[in-house]
Every structure is written in C-alpha cells, then in structure tokens.
Design a binder for this molecule. Structure first.
Ligand SMILES: N[C@@H](CCC(=O)N[C@@H](CS)C(=O)NCC(=O)O)C(=O)O
Length: 235
C-alpha cells in the first residue's frame, strides 16, 4: 500500500486525519473521491493496488481493515468504514451541505433507487474477482469475459436510459435528476468503466450527455482515474 497526501481541499471541522484506501481505477473508490471533493473534505490516500503483488487487497494488513478485500475503505481515527455507499451516506449525514441526496423524501428515494441499480445490479457482476473467476476457473476466453462485462452494463444502461427518458421534461439534461446527486456519483464511474470495455454507448444519449457534462466539473475531474494515477507518479 502506498500513502500519498491527497490534493483534496481541506475542511476545517475535521477532527482527525482520514485515510481513504483507494485504487485509481476502482469505480467504487471513484464514487467516494467525487463526494469527498464535492463536500470539500480532505483524506489522505493509501493506494491499494488490485494488480501489483498478486492484489494488495488480499494482504493481511488490508484484510484487517476490510474483510471483504474490496476497495474502498475509509478510516477516521478508530472508526473504519467499508462499502462506498455507506461511506457516502455517512459523509452526507456528517456534512449535509452540499447535499448528495437533495430534495424531498420521495426525490431522495428515487435517487437512491437509480444509484442502487448501478451499485447493486451492474457493478458487482463485472468486478475484477468475477472477471478472474470467469477466466481462471470457468476457462472463459478473454473475448467471452469482455462479452460478459459488456452484456451486463448494456442491460443495466437500457433501464437507466429508459428511466431518464420517462422523466425528461421535468429534469435538467446535465444531471440524472434536477441537480447533481448520488445518481451522478454512481453513473460517472460506471460509464468510465463501460468505455474501458468499449460498450457501444450509441443507444444511451442521455447517459452519455450526463457523463460529458459532469466530467467537466472540477470535483469530478479531480477524482478521475487519470488524475489519481498521475498523482501516484508525482506524489
Ligand atoms: N459494494 C462495494 C464494491 C467494492 C468493490 O467491488 N471494489 C472493487 C473495485 S471497484 C474491488 O475492490 N475489487 C477487488 C477484487 O475484485 O478483487 C462498494 O461499493 O464499496
């Protein structure tokens, strides 16, 4: 694991140093990085490579932090938290503005449902350990593995695009809902991942437009895999 000071801005009311166990390409960690930036919170990054040394997530040191051996985790003094959405909701409760779950109870529930479609039903099927199992245990070819990844993203995106079309008249086209929210936080890394796997995005103009708009926001761009990767080589 490699530690680096994050470039995230500081917020004066933090009572102790926070450590984000991070991997630049992790979509789940990308979500947390966006929210830390959005809320102007500072965390030191401890980079856990999912590739080097056979996967540093399997080390004893990291397993003690996160028994699921998944990235991210957030450590705040004696308090350790796993699961990106639990981390994000914790940050939302402690630092409610700017809100990542804005609006009425009904609006927040819809934002959560959209977010869970990504984080519970698309992302886990394509996780690295699933991909490795397909190739190493089930003897799938690389092409079959990539077909698997693309299939589950494609099916998930059909539902998301349909949902956005059904609410089109009432909502800004720059975000999933009327303002930036957890839905965008989950969508952006998932589209980033889709592009890595060359998913054909032509059927998803609304998703693509949100991705394009949100990627230009500093707090999103500064959390991107490219920026994090660069900061690893220039700590
Ligand atoms: N539901 C978890 C998912 C975490 C997760 O799957 N992390 C991936 C990276 S995006 C990981 O650590 N994969 C390691 C592996 O598959 O071995 C969360 O939201 O935090």
């Amino acid at each position: 694991m490699t530690d680096r000071k994050s470039s995230m801005n500081s917020r004066s009311d933090l009572d102790q140093e926070w450590v984000l166990y991070d991997y630049y390409r992790s979509s789940a960690a990308f979500r947390v990085r966006i929210v830390l930036n959005y809320k102007n919170l500072k965390a030191m990054s401890s980079h856990v490579s999912l590739i080097d040394n056979g996967g540093e997530q399997f080390s004893e040191a990291y397993t003690n932090i996160n028994p699921q051996q998944l990235i991210p985790s957030l450590q705040m003094g004696d308090f350790q938290l796993t699961q990106s959405l639990a981390i994000i909701e914790y940050l939302e409760e402690r630092y409610p503005t700017p809100a990542i779950l804005p609006g009425t109870a009904n609006e927040r529930a819809i934002i959560r449902a959209f977010s869970y479609s990504i984080s519970c039903d698309i992302h886990p099927l394509n996780n690295l350990r699933v991909q490795k199992y397909l190739v190493n245990e089930l003897q799938c070819s690389n092409e079959q593995k990539e077909q698997w990844v693309r299939e589950w993203i494609h099916r998930g995106f059909i539902a998301l695009e349909t949902q956005l079309n059904s609410q089109a008249s009432s909502v800004s086209s720059d975000y999933c809902f009327s303002t930036f929210s957890l839905a965008d936080v989950c969508l952006i890394p998932q589209i980033y991942n889709a592009k890595r796997f060359e998913v054909d995005m032509s059927a998803f103009p609304k998703l693509e437009n949100i991705y394009r708009q949100c990627s230009q926001l500093d707090f999103v761009n500064n959390a991107s895999p490219e920026v994090v990767e660069k900061s690893l080589s220039n700590p």
